[in-house]
Write a protein that binds this ligand. Structure first.
Ligand code: ASP
Length: 620
């Protein structure tokens, strides 16, 4: 008799296994153990596999949400894979030598079974085992079958456990869960919005919320002090691996706070979620990130919440060339400007020279190096200098087209600044500060990129983002986060004179190079909010028409407040070791925004269109 683990068996966190009994069954498949020996039980589930041994013996591996158990039928049994059945039988220990250590129920089997067919099933569109690679389009089309598979069972249960842990953490911290409307009004948060035509007011539209941003600020005006919501957000933007039209955020807002208070509350929820994931999947949580440099730590976010590294945006850019540093990758950017301050080499005569040491990179071949140079140019650099460090500790040599232009002192200073030893590769970009940082940051990522499941979990806070992110086509500053973000108090007087230099009280939480979420301290005074709208080019009457309700609320006692939103899909994907958030969403859309199962988006029938005051499209 075959005794392998049958296809489709799920190893899932033991979330919600009990209670098992219903009117139709006494136990779940996956809970049976030697202690049940001799008990008469009734199970219900799907046939994972059936094996006949002549006319007198058949094995049915029965699967339900808790796992799988082997059922032995004395005689033949007319069932097929994925039929839904009830099985009556007696739990018995398996004979010595036939136990299956890979199966939690592998010490026992169900003997003397009677199988009752509850529902037949067509042959599944693809095998449900983990070994078969199935085309994603088929998986999405038959998602209800796909989510029976161990991977999706594990991921969706992991998600449920993580969300439950976050809810617990928020409740324990005195947050109150409040639901905010899905039928909402446009808000200037940067994303394109989905519109919903009104049946009662032809020609008018609701929009689906990009986030509960304004609603949660109004809850603060309303005296809630600590709000949270596991909120669905909707954005009509191009989809990619870490983006869907609809996604879930742990959204929160707090009154009378500074950034550190928000960080502490968020850290506690995120660490609780990761701890729940760890309990489920066994991988470790490493909260103390970093490259060995000694950045400032956010003391307020420590304690029970773990030790989370905090970098200002400027520090993050300077050290990692990105506002989403992947701290699993060793090494950081260094400042080479002093090394080349007196250099004759024209290429180094720039506002700054930044460097990056790639350990072991001296082994890279010429093609790969040329590729890096091309990539740096594509990213906007004028060029990329590279230096292979050769020789031995006492007698170091540099191999590079530029080596002959460097004095011994420059060479030694370069090696010391980069922390390079023989075998390493040093890259240098001379340019404007931001370009030099961004180019080397991108190369650091390309050279060190690793799968999401490797290298532990490295969280960090990035704070003090610029208030504005460049200028739009009309030369107006564009909001970097959203226009409700509080300018840094030290920079407020430059809001009109030098807006691009103004820092904000906005912050992001980053995990392994993924932005897990963002938030800020908000503007709570009408005069400051009007100045920001003004800087963004939103005229007073337009501001009044679009956000009069918010500006009005600010006149009725708005407390200082701030908040955050954690991207739940990304957090779960990272914890599950999945590169794509579709793997942690029950019914996701494809990259082109379609639902392969329902066919949505679909045409509406003409009657419904008429009710909404919309005209059918010609030709439909
Ligand atoms: N509403 C913001 C967002 O969705 C988060 C926040 O600032 O709280 O990104």
């Amino acid at each position: 008799m075959s005794d392998e683990t049958a296809p489709g068996v799920a190893t899932v966190p033991a979330v919600g296994v009990a209670p098992a009994a219903t009117a139709m069954r006494t136990h779940l498949c996956g809970e049976l153990r030697a202690a049940h020996d001799g008990q008469q039980v009734r199970l219900c589930g799907w046939v994972a596999r059936r094996r006949e041994h002549g006319e007198h013996l058949a094995f049915v591996d029965l699967r339900d949400r808790s796992g799988l158990v082997q059922c032995v039928v004395d005689g033949s049994v007319d069932v097929r894979t994925e039929w839904v059945v009830a099985v009556d039988g007696t739990v018995r220990r398996r004979p010595e030598g036939t136990r299956n250590p890979d199966l939690p129920t592998g010490d026992v089997e169900l003997g003397d079974c009677t199988v009752t067919v509850l529902n037949r099933a067509d042959t599944p569109p693809f095998p449900l085992d983990e070994r078969t690679e199935t085309d994603e389009a088929a998986r999405l089309r038959f998602r209800y079958v796909d989510i029976r598979r161990a991977r999706m069972q594990r991921n969706l249960r992991l998600r449920a456990a993580m969300v439950a842990a976050m809810r617990r953490a928020m409740d324990e911290q005195g947050f109150c869960e409040v639901e905010t409307p899905l039928l909402w009004t446009p808000t200037p948060e940067g994303a394109r919005e989905f519109a919903v035509p009104s049946r009662l007011h032809h020609g008018d539209f609701y929009v689906l919320p990009q986030s509960p941003q304004i609603a949660k600020q109004l809850l603060m005006v309303g005296g809630f002090d600590r709000y949270y919501q596991v909120a669905r957000c909707l954005r009509d933007e191009d989809l990619r691996a870490d983006r869907q039209f609809e996604f879930t955020q742990l959204d929160l807002e707090m009154s009378f706070v500074e950034p550190a208070d928000v960080h502490a509350a968020v850290s506690r929820a995120v660490t609780a979620a990761l701890a729940a994931a760890e309990a489920g999947d066994g991988s470790s949580v490493d909260l103390a990130g970093g490259d060995g440099a000694a950045p400032r730590r956010s003391a307020e976010a420590l304690g029970a919440d773990g030790d989370v590294l905090t970098l200002t945006w400027r520090e993050a850019m300077d050290r990692y060339g990105t506002d989403k540093p992947d701290l699993r990758i060793p090494g950081a950017l260094v400042d080479l400007s002093p090394v080349f301050a007196g250099s004759e080499v024209r290429a180094f005569q720039a506002p700054v020279v930044k460097g990056l040491c790639h350990p072991g990179g001296a082994a890279l071949g010429r093609n790969r190096l040329d590729g890096l140079v091309d990539r740096a140019k594509q990213l906007g650099a004028k060029g990329l200098a590279w230096f292979k460090v050769a020789g031995s500790a006492g007698d170091v040599l540099l191999e590079s087209p530029l080596a002959k232009f460097l004095s011994d002192a420059e060479r030694d200073a370069l090696l010391a600044a980069a922390g390079a030893v023989p075998g390493d590769l040093v890259l240098a970009v001379a340019d404007e500060w931001r370009t030099a940082c961004e180019v080397l940051g991108a190369l650091r990522l390309e050279l060190g990129r690793m799968p999401v499941s490797e290298g532990g979990r490295r969280l960090c806070w990035v704070t003090e983002f610029p208030l504005f992110d460049g200028v739009d086509e009309d030369g107006r500053p564009a909001a970097a986060h959203h226009p409700f973000t509080m300018p840094h108090p030290e920079d407020l007087d430059r809001l009109e004179s030098d807006p691009l230099s103004v820092r904000s009280l906005a912050y992001d939480l980053v995990l392994n190079g993924w932005e897990l979420g963002s938030g800020s301290i908000r503007v709570h005074r009408e005069d400051v909010q009007r100045r920001i709208f003004d800087a963004l080019g939103i005229a007073p009457d337009e501001a009044e028409a679009r956000f009069g309700f918010l500006l009005g609320a600010f006149r009725y006692g708005a407390p200082p407040h701030g908040g955050f939103a954690v991207g739940v899909d990304r957090l779960v994907a990272l914890a599950a070791g999945e590169e794509n958030i579709r793997e942690v969403i029950a019914f996701p859309k494809t990259q082109s925004g379609t639902d392969l199962m329902t066919g949505a988006p679909n045409p509406l029938d003409p009657r419904q269109l008429r009710e909404l005051g919309l005209a059918p499209r010609p030709g439909r």
